[in-house]
Design a protein around this ligand. Structure first.
Ligand code: GDP
Ligand code: IMO
Ligand code: MG
Length: 422
């Protein structure tokens, strides 16, 4: 069967982890295809909350095969702490549930150090990177210097590592940046040993074999969001991979014709963590209220997320570049207590109206808003569409009409069960 793709349509943290976990019982294989431990995907079930960084969000379902695909940049040290934490907390043997592509690239300790040095050197212009080494790791991938997971089995792996480290140390000498690599390196090599206990696979062959099987359903889990895509996001304030649907093809080794449904996930409002343009950002007490009610603090770095109203101009742009076939709206419950809600339906630039997402997003963009009455009731306890307030359904139908894509799911709380199918 064709591969369905689930991706974030905003600036990340749309609730991908929760929804992948909800959908996993209807799939056999869950894959990550890009990004690294910059991702923080939160799942809640049985009164437990867990944040995943590298491991796909299908991992808590016994029968699902989880694959870290070739497009991912894998930090062995972070992978190790993630594995240890899950095995301790949930008493499961992850080697039975998780496989890793040999072609996935490795993040080395000096990538993380370089990330820090480069961010510091950027000063005011810093990206607001998660400092997980993502940019430098993808730079080495396209620069053809990188180490890959499959390399850890080679007899000369340590030499290859040493060679790359020396290259990085030369680069680091250009910065006035203090660092201590010894502990990072120790953790990294322990991570490498742990990776060796997992099935290291030629994932493109295995995934394409699954595609040939009539019964096997595959879901690809995106990380970050489309507005952080290296090509189409708010460059340079983006991450270093293709977060859009096309990234699923290169990040898994599958043909575009083998992509099935594209599930685009968005929050009922907007957030962004890190620097960069954000047209509907609210700097007032409404933004503060969204942050408090929505617990909008980064899952990876703990930084407060910038908050604002839903931006339909940006959402339509994301839908276009991803070919989204169905929408999933999350965090509707966060809007339970607002008298009035606003949605940006257009922009004004220098007083001129604009109905598309422009190239120059660093200039002053003034959103044109449409207002909606709030529903002013608790929807977290609702179980079906017919129980949802009229005002919320009007909000949802407006989004459907504007985008031309059906909203198939509305999430009304962080728990697995707080999910309404339409
Ligand atoms: P991801 O990176 O896209 O997986 O999203 P994150 O996990 O970083 O951030 C989403 C946050 O919202 C997490 O804390 C989730 O537990 C939480 N969440 C997801 N869906 C809902 C929802 O419908 N309502 C509320 N209140 N919280 C949600
Ligand atoms: P998930 O998968 C939100 C942001 C960082 C920074 C920029 C570049 O949880 O949605 P990087 O470390 O990738 O070089 O940082 O991208 N960023 C995210 N923001 N959610 C994420 O992942 C993010 N991953 C990176 O804050 O602005
Ligand atoms: Mg996140």
């Amino acid at each position: 069967m064709k591969v369905d793709v689930l991706l974030g349509l905003q600036w990340g943290d749309e609730g991908k982890g929760k929804i992948v976990d909800v959908l996993t019982p209807t799939y056999h294989v869950i894959t990550r295809f890009q990004g690294g431990a910059n991702a923080g995907h939160s799942l809640e079930f049985n009164n437990m909350k867990h944040v995943l960084h590298l491991i796909p969000s299908g991992i808590f379902h016994e029968n699902a095969v989880n694959i870290i695909g070739n497009g991912v940049v894998l930090d062995p040290a972070i992978f190790r702490s993630e594995v240890i934490e899950i095995e301790k907390k949930f008493h499961i043997d992850l080697t039975k549930r998780l496989q890793i592509a040999k072609k996935a690239n490795l993040i080395v300790p000096t990538h993380r150090i370089l990330d820090g040095a480069m961010e510091e050197a950027k000063g005011q212009g810093k990206i607001g990177s998660t400092l997980k080494g993502i940019g430098p790791a993808y730079t080495d991938k396209v620069g053809r210097n990188a180490l890959r997971v499959g390399d850890i089995l080679l007899p000369n792996f340590k030499e290859k590592y040493q060679h790359l480290k020396e290259l990085h140390l030369k680069q680091l000498s250009l910065y006035n940046y203090q660092f201590d690599i010894s502990q990072l390196e120790k953790d990294w090599f322990e991570g490498i040993e742990l990776i060796k206990t997992f099935a290291l696979i030629d994932s493109e062959h295995i995934i394409n074999k699954y595609i040939q099987e009539k019964e096997t359903r595959i879901l690809a889990e995106g990380a970050q969001g489309s507005m952080l895509d290296i090509d189409f996001g708010s460059y340079p304030f983006v991450t270093s991979s293709n977060t859009i649907c096309a990234g699923a093809c290169t990040g898994m080794g599958i043909a575009p014709s083998n992509i099935g449904g594209v599930k685009g996930i968005f929050k009922a409002y907007c957030t962004r963590v890190g620097s960069g343009p954000f047209p509907t950002e609210l700097f007032d007490e409404i933004g503060q209220k969204l942050r408090e009610i929505g617990h909008e603090f980064g899952s990876t770095t703990g930084r407060p997320r910038r908050c604002g109203w839903l931006d339909l101009v940006a959402l339509k742009y994301s839908i276009m570049i991803n070919g989204v076939t169905e929408l999933i709206m999350t965090k509707a419950d966060v809007l339970d207590n607002f008298d009035t809600l606003k949605v940006a339906v257009g922009y004004k630039v220098n007083g001129k109206p604009l109905d598309y997402f422009p190239y120059e997003i660093d200039q002053k963009i003034e959103p044109i808003y449409k207002e909606f009455p709030g529903w002013k009731c608790d929807i977290t306890c609702k179980n079906s569409e017919k129980e949802l307030p009229k005002e919320l359904m009007d909000y949802v139908r407006f989004i459907e009409t504007e985008t031309g894509v059906p909203v198939k799911m509305v999430s009304v709380g962080p728990d697995r069960d707080a999910t309404i199918l339409r």
